[in-house]
Design a protein around this ligand. Structure first.
Ligand SMILES: [Zn+2]
Length: 64
């Protein structure tokens, strides 16, 4: 089974085993569809981490 993760920069689903780039931030690993997304994340990680947390909240309520 593939481990899917969401690219916090562009919102695309990426497979953790088959991602173009990944990075660790505050003890968590983030996966990216391209090196460009990773660069944008490392430029301003706090912006994308906050956006991701909001997205997760919304997804959780929609999933039910
Ligand atoms: Zn991306």
């Amino acid at each position: 089974m593939a481990n899917d993760s969401v690219d916090p920069v562009c919102g695309m689903q990426v497979e953790e085993d088959d991602c173009a780039a990944k990075t660790e931030y505050q003890g968590k690993t983030y996966f990216f569809c391209t090196l460009d997304c990773k660069k944008r994340f490392e430029d301003n990680p706090e912006k994308f981490v906050v956006a991701e947390q909001r997205g997760v909240d919304r997804d959780a309520s929609e999933a039910k």
